[in-house]
Design a protein around this ligand. Sequence first.
Ligand code: FES
Length: 160
Amino acid sequence: MEKQLSQKFYEAMKDLEPRYPNKKALILPALHQAQAECGWLPPEVLAEVAAYIGVHEAQIREVASFYTMYNLKPVGKNHLRICTNVACCLRGADELMSYAERKLGIACGETTPDGMFTLSEEECLGACTTAPVMMANDDYVENLDINGLNDWIERAKNER
Ligand code: FES
């Protein structure tokens, strides 16, 4: 099997290993590192992480598919994840999602043809007190409204 992950991945794992005497506990950091490197987690990468950890590939897939932060299909340069759970829903998340779909010309779960944006729905992001909330790449955007969402998208477009 041809390696997909770089030397940098293996060096990062080597640094972490002393803190994780049970190597299986390294699954989450390994998936984070692999995703940071590849942008998403294709089957070959999951297989390589499994080989590194020393578990069956199915176990890695189970973990990766449980957490929505892991991308099992390619995502755009900007990944917008709008929380549509109760607190956010009560404060307008559905309208935000509809607005984002219209603005980007895609449905939730899709990526724009130019690869710039992926739009996803999230369950509770754990920031209910500042609902509605969106994760925009690695950042939380809280107390989101249509203007804030529009501004965020426009800024990202201008940073091409
Ligand atoms: S319901 Fe949206 S952050 Fe909790």
